[in-house]
Design a protein around this ligand. Structure first.
Ligand code: ZN
Length: 404
């Protein structure tokens, strides 16, 4: 078994003897008799650090052994100094300790059980089995920070597995044997559970616990949270967002939300008005196009190539044109490097535009389809494309089809 030097006081360094060294993909795995490097377990990330001159990028548990992933080999039997990197340890310890406080208080306040914990380098989550309201989340956050502010002690005791059934814990672990470590926050007033992670000695070291987000998850609640410097960085980032919006909207920070909502409402009203005006305008454009259309065998062939516009505007125009039963609309619009087209027929026209659009697709190198009375498509336009010439070719093709 590998003795854990960090177990009681969170020690970052220790002296050890190398017991084994195995070449693996990407480096070497080193086993020592004792280690101060925390291996990934219980949802907490692995420490990084050094064993002698070797850089340790990760450590893993294999039963009671800890294997360290190293960038170089170290001979068996050699005495080494092991040092865990302080900053990541402090960060992981902080998140993990914050998780205890949030989970302990969620249980005490709302009877919500922690059913999952995940820690990554840039976020941490807790899954609770109970759906909490926004107000409850806020209450949880306030109580968690009161526990931080009270600077309560964090203590560990080691008991034997069989003693566990006589001890009341937040999470009653079953089937554990041998030495079991129990962690108490404020002697159990905040939290108590079996745990192998690293913890702060006093809750005040966490500094700040921030719930950054929450959502309904599997009938319960998933909470995203940040502790210590992560929480500070998150607050700074959010303050920047609010400040930028406040400048952009010429509003005080507390008025930003109403300013954004107001502008959204104005934008929606303007879009609605634009849609109505466009519809009115399309009526005139349609009348003009029908006026200039060629009549072939009783069908008015309405073709046009517009600059700019959106597909839905082209669709509205095609609908207006084909309100006339004898109209066949073949409408194009160039928008940036895309050519859009809408084909539609009036009620009295027999030719299927679903068939006609196949010829258009082939001529412009585009994709499109639809029904017998209505079809649409688009094609990319390259710098060398002669769109006007191609539209003329399509006109001639349509005329030939209508002439039969
Ligand atoms: Zn723990």
């Amino acid at each position: 078994m590998t003795k854990r030097a960090y177990y009681n006081d969170g020690a970052l360094s220790c002296e050890a003897v190398v017991l084994d060294c195995v070449a693996v993909e990407g480096g070497y795995e080193i086993l020592t008799d004792v280690t101060s490097i925390f291996p990934e377990s219980g949802g907490q990330l692995s420490d990084t650090g050094r064993i002698g001159d070797a850089v340790i990028s990760h450590a893993r548990e294999d039963g009671e052994l800890v294997w360290h992933m190293a960038d170089r080999a170290i001979e068996k039997g050699i005495k080494v100094t092991i040092v865990a990197d302080q900053e990541p340890r402090m960060d992981h310890t902080c998140q993990h300790s914050g998780e205890h406080i949030l989970s302990g208080l969620a249980s005490k306040l709302f009877g919500a059980v922690n059913v999952g914990f995940h820690m990554a380098e840039d976020y941490a989550t807790i899954d609770l089995d109970t759906l909490l309201t926004h107000e409850q989340i806020q209450q949880l956050q306030r109580e968690a920070n009161r526990a931080v502010q009270r600077n309560v002690p964090v203590s560990c005791v080691v008991v034997q597995g069989e003693e566990l059934e006589n001890i009341t814990l937040r999470k009653q672990a079953k089937g554990l044997t041998g030495d079991i470590r129990i962690v108490y926050f404020d002697e159990g007033n905040v939290d108590s559970c079996t745990c192998c992670g690293t913890h702060v000695a006093l809750s005040g070291e966490i500094g700040y616990i921030k719930i950054t987000s929450h959502m309904k998850y599997k009938g319960g609640t998933r909470i995203w949270f940040a502790c210590g410097m992560r929480a500070v960085e998150d607050s700074l980032k959010n303050q920047d967002i609010v400040d930028t919006l406040a400048v952009r909207f010429s509003a005080k920070a507390e008025d930003v939300v109403s300013a954004v909502i107001r502008q959204g409402d104005e934008l929606n009203a303007a879009k609605h008005q634009l849609r109505e005006r466009t519809q009115q305008l399309q009526k005139y454009v349609a009348a003009e196009l029908l006026e200039g259309a060629e009549n072939i065998n009783g069908t008015r062939l309405v073709m046009s190539l517009q600059q700019g516009g959106q597909m839905n505007e082209l669709k509205t125009l095609a609908e207006k044109v084909t309100e006339q039963p004898d109209a066949l609309a073949v409408l194009f619009a160039k928008n940036g490097d895309t050519l859009m087209y809408q084909l539609a027929r009036g009620k009295g026209v027999k030719h299927s535009v679903r068939e006609l659009i196949q010829a258009v697709n082939a001529a412009v190198g585009g994709k499109g389809g639809g029904r017998d009375d209505f079809a649409q498509g688009s094609a990319p336009i390259s710098g060398a494309s002669d769109v006007e010439g191609t539209v003329e070719q399509i006109r001639n093709y349509c005329k030939a089809v209508l002439k039969g």
